[in-house]
Design a protein around this ligand. Sequence first.
Ligand SMILES: *[C@@H]1O[C@H](CO)[C@@H](O)[C@H](O)[C@H]1NC(C)=O
Ligand SMILES: *[C@@H]1O[C@H](CO)[C@@H](O)[C@H](O)[C@H]1NC(C)=O
Ligand SMILES: *[C@@H]1O[C@H](CO)[C@@H](O)[C@H](O)[C@H]1NC(C)=O
Length: 532
Amino acid sequence: MLNSCMRWFLRFLVSLLAIIVHPLTYLINIKRNKKCPPPTNPLLFKSATTLAMMIRNKQITSEEVVSAYIERCKEVNPYLNAIVEPRYDMAIKEARCIDKMIASNERSNEDLAKEYPLLGIPMTVKESIAVEGMSNDCGTVFPYRMPAKKDADIVRRARAAGAIPIAVTNTPQLCMNWETYNNVSGLTMNPYDQKRTTGGSSGGEAALIASAASIIGVGSDIAGSLRLPPMFNGIFGHKPTPKLLSIEGHVPDCLDPEFDEYFALGPITRYAEDLPLLLKVLRQPTGPDVPLDKPVDLTRLKFYYMEGDGSNVTDKIGSDVKQALEKAKAYITATYNVEVKELNIANIEHMWEISVRVLFNIQHVRNIYTDPEKRDQLISVWPEVLKKMIGMSDHNFTCVAYGPIKKFFDALPKNYYKKLLKVFDGIKSEFNEALSDDAVLLFPAFPYPAHLHYRIFYKFLNCGYLTIFNALGLPATACPLGLTNKGLPVGIQIVANKCNDHLTLAVAKEFEKAFGGWTPPNKDLFNSIKTA
Ligand SMILES: *[C@@H]1O[C@H](CO)[C@@H](O)[C@H](O)[C@H]1NC(C)=O
Ligand SMILES: *[C@@H]1O[C@H](CO)[C@@H](O)[C@H](O)[C@H]1NC(C)=O
Ligand SMILES: *[C@@H]1O[C@H](CO)[C@@H](O)[C@H](O)[C@H]1NC(C)=O
């Protein structure tokens, strides 16, 4: 197991990196200081659930809604650089068709609600998820373009339910980073502060949804990508129980049949009530039996909390996240008269290492070294590493580093890995017992709110807050809990046992009611303009 020497070494390494990266990021980001304007159109403040109802009731047309969102995309994208490829003209055409169908009065409102729950609703899609005819390169430079040939499974289901994709959104190269930049579309910025990251890898989605330029979207998560960007942007994201949604149609894909035990696609939304709506539309019929419609009685739930994994490898949570967690705990205690108990899991301090090892043990994830002829083999990694060192590589650091790191982990003794897995089994069954079917766990998503661009290079060890639930395969909802004094979003993860997604979704909805959920970016800017 990672002994105290190794822990100390990892901490020492990131402290060294911090000495270089920390001051550098002030300089690099100095010119990024434009303020994304706040939304004003009242249409942009309604949930997808409400909008879909209004469209069905003919109180408003799909074209009006889609146009409002397209206008907003055009307004904010110069500040955020979140869009890889828009689909505006097609979207308007599709909206008009839907409006005609509704006007024809052939179906009752109830039938429409049942058959097309997302009828006329605009959506955005992370570029790594295929939308027919749209860019699907995941930030990798190719000499030619390879638009997606057909929709990914979840996109097909969303469109069959009446949703209209309006754009595909930015990711880090091959989704391999917790910040969002690549050499095809560049850097995506946080709507609350341009100098700061939107997180990754679903960074484009989170930036657009938080700036009210999209109402619902879909992303993917192998190491926190459906939770970190929502946390950094003050919106909702949900990593479902494994296999609830099909992962077909994602770039990068993977030959390992166990990939979908750890990797998931899922919804990102601005309003909590839209998460279950989307999950019900997107789930695959062969997936696990998650009772999304089952009513949840919060008075009968058990609540646990943890402040981290106790590994001493990750940072301890900072004051902003600590306050948010305390606020959530205090609310539960005051409202339901139950204590939020600390969850103690034996050997949890090994979980950081276990999740990193389990995720790096996944074989044949498509990466820049994947042999184009033989999918299950890698080409030599060292030429690309050398090219990167002399500044000649087309690929970003994290993608280049994946090769040597994977080789390093593959070379470690197998006996040792087996020992780790044994410890992991114990941890899994303790979580299973504690959470059962009637408990949720409040857990930080990251120790701090969004940091300046590129600071991930000394904060990456904190991925342990996120990867733990990929390794354990537990559903987790990213839930915003307001803004910090500096005006940055802060939130936590709400976790439950497998197939208990309905519990985390219900608690997220409750916290939204209690703490206001999403807050528009730069709202004060707007108020000062109005009063000036
Ligand atoms: C991509 O890389 C090339 C060469 O390194 C550079 O000239 C170009 O500006 C980069 N583009 C983006 C969008 O970062
Ligand atoms: C973490 O640090 C604390 C205090 O220094 C120490 O008591 C504890 O044993 C450490 N935990 C691990 C897993 O090394
Ligand atoms: C990502 O890679 C491209 C190509 O090497 C480069 O132009 C760009 O600056 C890189 N971005 C970062 C932040 O490393």
